[in-house]
Design a protein around this ligand. Structure first.
Ligand SMILES: NC(=O)c1ccc[n+]([C@@H]2O[C@H](COP(=O)([O-])OP(=O)(O)OC[C@H]3O[C@@H](n4cnc5c(N)ncnc54)[C@H](OP(=O)(O)O)[C@@H]3O)[C@@H](O)[C@H]2O)c1
Length: 313
């Protein structure tokens, strides 16, 4: 059986472009015969069906959190991409998956972490601590046989701009303004990134014939340019043709709703409110992108382009 590159989280924000880009990037390399296996929990979803149409891609209905060592060996998995969920049990589930991968002889792992300024043992937000802990685990000598790279992206522009796009669409439908809500600060520049670009970076890494230069690397990924909340409002005004009346910067009220509707500890869920603070402090700017990433594939998609796609979707 040809060696396999396994994509866990294939239908999501970052995984989709990993799957889209890998076939063309593998062409002409010594990995051109590798299988590309994209995982989903539901092969009937629109996202999974779209991936299944890509030449050279096999979509398999399999929840990655339930994969064991034998499964990985049976499918000849040699390289792995994983974009883990962000739930409080993410360390247990991603950690289990990665131990299984190492024991099954996987040679190279590319994973999605979170905003570099938040990846710290003392951050009062639970999920960046999870990413820190996974990176620490992978750094131990027991994992030496499996090369790994952890991508630390800034906030995803498609997620951060979703309420802004909804405001514009609603105005276009009704001619009435609601309020524009955004997570970012009015005046602090921040380098939001399109998760599509994050996936393209991951695909370049997975297609690299030599993984050793990228082993044990935490790479910082930001968008191509900085944006402030006030600049986003200017973009909105170009769409609606009038001044925006009500803007809520640094609006985290949706996290209260998330915590209230979750069966997880409220204390843990509400800690997410601490996540944007480093960006409000100016620690997540476009210029933080690692130089290795700028050389490999510099993120390209601007906030204006992402907003246009969301409005037209
Ligand atoms: N959002 C941001 O601004 C941001 C910024 C920086 C870093 N991050 C990091 O990005 C990572 C997530 O990456 P992503 O956004 O590309 O992933 P995602 O879109 O949230 O999820 C990827 C796929 O995983 C599957 N999935 C979702 N929840 C699952 C669960 N509980 N168990 C098993 N499978 C599940 C879904 O596929 P199927 O339904 O097809 O199975 C989903 O399409 C997180 O670790 C987060 O910390 C996010």
């Amino acid at each position: 059986m040809a060696p396999t590159i396994l994509i866990a989280g294939a239908t999501g924000n970052t995984g989709r472009s990993v799957v889209e880009k890998l076939p063309e990037l593998l062409k002409g390399t010594n990995m051109s015969s590798y299988r590309i296996l994209a995982l989903t929990r539901s092969a009937n979803s629109a996202a999974a069906k779209a991936l299944a149409k890509l030449p050279g891609v096999e979509v398999v209905e399999q929840n990655w959190v339930e994969i064991d060592e034998q499964w990985l060996r049976k499918h000849g998995v040699n390289r792995v991409f994983v974009a883990s969920h962000n739930l409080p049990n993410a360390f247990a589930e991603e950690g289990q998956f990665l131990v299984n991968a190492m024991r099954a002889g996987v040679k190279y792992l590319v994973r999605i972490s979170t905003t570099a300024a938040n990846v710290s043992p003392a951050i009062p937000v639970y999920y960046p601590r999870t990413h820190w802990a996974i990176e620490q685990m992978l750094s131990q000598p027991e994992f030496k046989s499996m090369h790994w790279s952890s991508l630390q992206p800034n906030g995803f522009s498609s997620m951060f701009l979703a309420p802004t796009a909804a405001f514009i669409k609603e105005f276009k439908k009704t001619g009435k303004q609601g309020s524009v809500s955004m997570i970012i600060d009015a005046t602090t520049p921040t380098g939001l990134i399109d998760p599509y670009d994050v996936g393209v970076v991951a695909a370049h890494l997975l297609a690299a014939e030599q993984s050793a230069p990228h082993d044990q690397k935490r790479y910082v990924l930001s968008g191509p340019e900085n944006v402030t909340g006030e600049e986003v409002v200017k973009l909105v005004e170009q769409y609606i043709g009038e001044p925006v009346k009500d803007v809520r910067y640094k609006d985290l009220s949706f996290i209260d709703d998330m915590a209230n509707n979750s069966s997880e500890s409220k204390n843990v869920m509400l800690s997410i409110k601490g996540a944007p603070i480093t960006s409000w402090e100016g620690k997540a700017k476009a210029e933080t992108t690692s130089k290795e990433i700028l050389e490999l594939y510099a993120p390209k998609r601007t906030v204006a382009e992402v907003l246009k796609d969301l409005v037209e979707a």
